[in-house]
Design a protein. Structure first.
Length: 366
């Protein structure tokens, strides 16, 4: 770091995003992107805005908000559009938590949460998941802190039913509960209907996963109008033009072409289940994911060794060097053809060993 770097940030550990390598063509199953392209109307909407880049975008995202309001069945003043869901999450941490208002989240979850907290000097509590990686609802009932929960959780893919979410929200009415629904469209229940009932609930989402817009960066928040005004105060104090013209147009077109994206979600869910069953047949332990990825481990090979062996074969999966989950890999669901290639490679690795010697790398047990 330079000698000018602020003292308050010198111990900050930045978030590490999933890699986007350029050294060769990979089957990318490491960053939970959609294996399917945007629909034709989305690409047409983007092209139509290319000739207007000399003009600033609409900071209120008026047309997009109107369409989203109808789509999610919420008033327009319950919506905020942001540059990816990470931004609205960061705004929420800044707006509702501080040294006197700590926040709680699971010990195994989205790695950006502790970074957001550290960035703003917010005390936080990491609550251990159960042995099977499920969220224990009782740990959050009446906890007396702000809460952020990814539902489905990442990287486990496990989801809470809406009744459990409501129990947590209803028992913490003096605190903000943030439900991060980045993966909700692949098989979980959305908490958006609860927004009309609870003024302490903020639901966040993204167009990156189910709507094939990871490269466009569009996120949103849905909550009580007062919460949204607070978030917009933070937004307009940093970058009011944060959603560009092409992204806003693409997002609106994606909502209007909902049938295409819902069918893609169904295809991904079917491929997820087929792949899960194949991994179970190979002796893997696999969580019952409701997201567009699987979380799996094998007694026959270390998680990191498997990830490296797959990489040498041109396949990327995500390994986390975190003690509790280092035996696991998170595997994004690709096309059926990509998953067949993955499964063939895993079979080969288990037979030959990760280094090709014919010996399996046994996972250490304690």
């Amino acid at each position: 770091m330079s000698r000018f770097f602020s003292e308050k940030y010198k111990n900050l550990t930045a978030y590490t995003p999933g890699e986007q390598p350029r050294d060769r063509r990979y089957i990318k199953l490491n960053t939970n992107e959609s294996p399917y392209p945007p629909s034709a109307p989305v690409m047409e909407a983007v092209a139509a805005e290319c000739g207007r880049l000399e003009l600033y975008s609409d900071p209120a995202c008026t047309e997009l908000v109107k369409t989203a309001s109808s789509y999610f069945d919420v008033p327009q003043d319950c919506l905020i559009m942001t540059n990816g869901s990470d931004e609205v999450l960061n705004f929420a941490f800044m707006a509702f938590s501080d040294a006197d208002h700590p926040i709680a989240f699971p010990d195994v979850t989205y790695g950006f949460y502790p970074v957001f907290a550290a960035l703003s000097g917010i005390p936080y509590e990491e609550i251990p998941l159960a042995e099977d990686f499920s969220v224990r609802v009782s740990d959050y009932v009446g906890i007396g802190k702000n809460i952020v929960l990814a539902n489905p959780n990442a990287p486990t893919g496990l989801a809470l039913p809406l009744s459990a979410i409501e129990e947590i929200v209803a028992s913490n009415l003096r605190h903000v509960v943030i439900i991060d629904e980045a993966y909700v469209d692949f098989g979980a229940e959305s908490a958006v209907p609860l927004v009309k009932k609870y003024d302490n609930l903020l639901v966040t989402g993204t167009f990156s996963k189910s709507r094939s817009m990871a490269g466009a960066r569009l996120g949103f928040g849905i909550g009580n109008p007062a919460l949204i005004r607070d978030l917009k105060t933070i937004q307009y104090s940093t970058n009011p033009y944060n959603v560009n013209r092409m992204t806003a147009a693409a997002g609106r077109a994606a909502l209007l072409d909902d049938g295409y994206y819902k069918e893609n979600c169904r295809k991904i869910a079917r491929t997820r289940e087929t792949t899960r069953q194949a991994l179970l047949a190979l002796g893997f332990e696999v969580t019952d994911s409701k997201a567009n990825f699987l979380f799996a481990r094998s007694e026959k090979i270390e998680g990191e060794a498997l990830a490296l062996a797959l990489r040498r074969r041109g396949i990327l999966v995500r390994h986390f060097a975190v003690p509790r989950i280092r035996a696991y890999n998170r595997i994004t669901i690709g096309t059926p053809e990509q998953m067949e290639t993955l499964l063939s490679a895993i079979k080969e690795i288990l037979e030959e060993g990760p280094d090709g010697t014919g010996k399996e790398a046994k996972r250490e047990t304690k």
